[in-house]
Design a protein around this ligand. Sequence first.
Ligand code: PLP
Length: 386
Amino acid sequence: MTNDKIYMDYASSTPVDPIVLEAMLPYFCEIYGNASNIHSFGRTSREGIEKAREQVAGLIGAEAGEIIFTSGGTEADNIGIIGYLQGSRKEGTHIMTSTIEHPAVLRTFQYLEKKGYEVTYIPVDSEGIIDIDEYKASFRENTSLVSIIFGNNEIGVVQDIKELARIAHEHGAVLHTDAVQAYGKIPINAKEMGIDLLSLSGHKIYAPKGIGALYISKGLRVSRINHGGSHERGLRSGTENVPSIVGLGKAAELAGQRMAEDGAREMKMRDHLFDEILAKIPDTHINGHRTKRLPNNVNIRFAHIEGEAILLNLDYYGIAVTTGSACSSASLDPSHVMLAIGLTAEEAHGSMRLTLGHQTTDEEVERVLEVLPGVIEKLRKMSPLG
Ligand SMILES: *Cc1c(COP(=O)(O)O)cnc(C)c1O
């Protein structure tokens, strides 16, 4: 990365780590056999895949056999939720999710609602935490699945997934969690937390885009939603993307080795950004719970200005941030997550997200703190909202 540009958008995507790339390289031109074949070429590819499966499983205390590779987080969410409902023997047509899900889950639930499922969207409080009483009270006789995001992509809030899973099981339902932002950043033990289904993605943890995985707890019945060969236990047909799978495995291994140190370092920078921005810039508020949040997520709202304008002004200084989520920033609708924590459309639009990563330095953080107050002041002077 060039020195003059500052990337603070690791929640949107991350660079591929050079160590990950190095692990992948042999799988393009040298090891290219189709892993479905039993000749030696195929077997060598298969070995790469199976090693990666162990690495991906290892990071969440799972067994290799509980992991299937997918094309990313979105597909893992779709297979986990739709595949479980299709395969479930239990008579049940009520499903639940939260109001702060990523579109990969939210839109899947909206689709299922159209297909005749009864859906409950569980609200969160003003800090983004699931309302536990409302959650408990929303279960019905026929609730079969709950999907709750582990660490939110916009406001970074981390839910008590262990407790949510325990309650779901009490009511005979399974729990799926979109852990795309949490996997590799905070400790997760799928067994100990009672997670039934968990989605993760490569490009949020320094592996390539277009690869991800779904954890399916042993014995859970999931049926196929795409049709073809019997790859990945028949749940994700299509010749395996071996280089990317190997890359995801390596990235999971690295994340395990780096989690404690990177997490502590990023959390320190995160808290420093919060403290300094709140101290230096008036009429500023944190979006999402201050401490129950991912170590790398900073989300702040500034009264009287447009996040869009902050983004463009910071981009002029070579600083990359987002307003709302990457998914919603192309539209002018306020982010559903911001609305869910009770913000007005105007407050939602005045929000900015900075997400830190392995390469983020203290110098970069200081540079942002140097530039931001002037940008906000200038925009407020110009603002018709002021
Ligand atoms: C990025 C992201 C996804 C989508 O993952 P892809 O690999 O890009 O499909 C899903 N959920 C969350 C929370 C994300 O941050």
